[in-house]
Design a protein around this ligand. Structure first.
Ligand code: SF4
Ligand code: SF4
Length: 366
C-alpha cells in the first residue's frame, strides 16, 4: 500500500501501458461543464443526441452515475487504420472500417480496465473501481480530452497531436483521490483534409459532426439511412473511415482494410452469423443492421448478377431487409424487377416497406 499520490499515479499509468492501454490520463469526477452547455444547446434546438437515452445531466456529471467517485482514469486502446479504405466503385466486396472486424474491443478493453482496477486496489485496499467502455451514459471523449489524452480534430475525433494510432476509449472511475492531468494545449493542424474527404458533407462545420449526414452513424443505426445518402454509402458495411484516414496526424497501417464477399454476407443465416462472428465487434453490432447495409451496397454494386439475390431478399421476414432490397432493386430496373416489385406491393403490409417499393418502382421506370 502506498500513500504518495504522485507515486501511485505513476505506477497506475505504468501498469496501464503494460496492459497496452495508451494514451492514459486522469481527470476529476467533476461535471463536464462545456459539454453540458453544448448538449443543452442541441436539445433546446430540437436536435437529438445519437445512441443515448440518458439526460444531459447524467451524460455530463460522473457523480450522478457513481456518487462516490472522486477520479476517473481514461485510457486509449489503439487500433490500426488501413491505407486502403472503402470504395465508391462497383464491387461485390463489402468494407468493414478500422477496428470493427476484430475481436469485440468492448470485451477486451473492459477486461484490461478490470485488471487495472485490481492493480489500483492492490495499492489502495479501500479503493472501489467502476470500469466502463462505451455503454455508460458519460461522454467519454470529453472526459478523455480533460484527462489530456488528445486534442479535438476538425473531424470531431480525439487525436494525438503527434503522428500516432487511432484509439478506442474506456475509463475507470474510482473513489480514490488521484492527481488530475490537464488538457493538451496543442491543436490539430486545421488542414481540413478530413472535412474534404467526407462524402456526405457531415463535417461542414469544423469540430461539429452532423451525425444525420454521417455514414458511420447510419451503418450502425436501426433506422434505415435517408434515401439521398444511400448512393454515397459505396461499399461500406460498418463504419466509414474516410475522415480518419484523411488525417495526416493518424498513423496508417500498411494493411488493407477488411472486406468480405457481399452476397455471402447478406445471406448468412443467424446460426452461420453467430458461428462466424461470435466474439467480434460485428456480432456486437448485430446481423440485421449489417445485412441491411450489405443489401444497400448490393444496389450500389451495379452488378446485375445480384438481382436474383435481391428478389429473394424482398421476401425476407425482416422489414428492414425487404426495404433495403426494394431500394437496391430500384437501382437496376427492368421488366423482371418491376413485376416483382408490383407483386410484392400487393402482399406487403408494412407501411415503410410499401413506401420503399413504390419509390423503387418509380425510380426504375425513369
Ligand atoms: S465517418 Fe464518414 S460520413 Fe461520417 S463524418 Fe467521417 S467521412 Fe463523413
Ligand atoms: S485532417 Fe487536418 S483538420 Fe482534420 S483532424 Fe486531421 S489535422 Fe485536423
Amino acid at each position: 500500500m502506498i500513500n504518495n499520490v504522485s507515486t501511485l499515479c505513476y505506477r497506475l499509468k505504468d501498469k496501464a501501458r503494460q496492459l497496452g492501454l495508451s494514451p492514459v490520463g486522469i481527470t476529476k469526477a467533476a461535471p463536464l461543464e462545456e459539454t453540458r452547455t453544448i448538449l443543452e444547446q442541441i436539445s433546446r434546438t430540437g436536435g437529438r443526441i445519437p445512441f443515448t437515452v440518458d439526460s444531459v445531466s447524467r451524460r455530463t456529471d460522473p457523480k450522478l452515475v457513481w456518487p462516490e467517485a472522486e477520479s476517473i482514469v481514461m485510457v486509449g486502446f489503439p487500433y490500426q487504420v488501413p491505407t486502403v479504405g472503402p470504395s465508391t466503385g462497383r464491387t461485390l466486396k463489402g468494407y468493414f472500417a478500422a477496428g470493427t472486424y476484430e475481436l469485440d474491443y468492448h470485451r477486451v478493453l473492459i477486461d484490461k480496465l478490470s485488471e487495472l482496477g485490481t492493480f489500483l486496489q492492490s495499492q489502495v485496499p479501500q479503493a472501489e473501481v467502476f470500469p466502463f467502455v462505451d455503454t455508460g451514459p458519460l461522454v467519454e471523449r470529453a472526459l478523455a480530452y480533460r484527462a489530456g489524452l488528445g486534442v479535438w480534430g476538425e473531424n470531431s475525433f480525439l487525436i494525438r497531436p503527434q503522428h500516432g494510432p487511432a484509439f478506442f476509449l474506456g475509463g475507470l472511475a474510482t473513489n480514490a483521490v488521484l492527481a488530475p492531468d490537464h488538457p493538451l494545449t496543442d491543436s490539430c493542424l486545421r488542414c481540413r483534409k478530413c472535412r474534404d474527404a467526407c462524402p456526405t458533407n457531415a463535417l461542414a462545420v469544423p469540430y461539429r459532426l452532423n451525425y444525420r449526414r454521417c455514414l458511420s452513424y447510419w451503418t450502425q443505426a436501426k433506422e434505415i439511412m435517408p434515401d439521398e445518402l444511400r448512393s454515397q454509402l459505396g461499399n461500406r458495411l460498418y463504419g466509414c473511415d474516410s475522415c480518419l484516414r484523411a488525417c495526416p496526424l493518424i498513423k496508417k497501417s500498411p494493411r488493407e482494410g477488411v472486406t468480405v464477399d457481399l452476397i455471402k454476407f447478406a445471406t448468412l443465416t443467424n446460426r452461420e452469423f453467430r458461428h462466424q462472428y461470435g466474439s467480434s465487434s460485428v456480432a456486437w453490432r448485430g446481423r440485421t443492421v449489417l445485412q441491411r447495409n450489405a443489401v444497400l451496397v448490393l444496389g450500389n454494386s451495379g452488378q446485375k448478377e445480384v438481382i436474383p439475390i435481391l428478389l429473394r431478399l424482398l421476401l425476407d421476414p425482416r422489414a428492414s431487409i425487404r426495404a433495403a432490397a426494394a431500394w437496391s432493386l430500384g437501382c437496376y430496373g427492368g421488366y423482371q424487377v418491376q413485376s416483382a416489385l408490383e407483386k410484392r406491393l400487393d402482399l406487403e403490409t408494412e407501411p415503410s416497406v410499401q413506401a420503399e417499393i413504390v419509390s423503387a418502382y418509380e425510380r426504375s421506370s425513369t
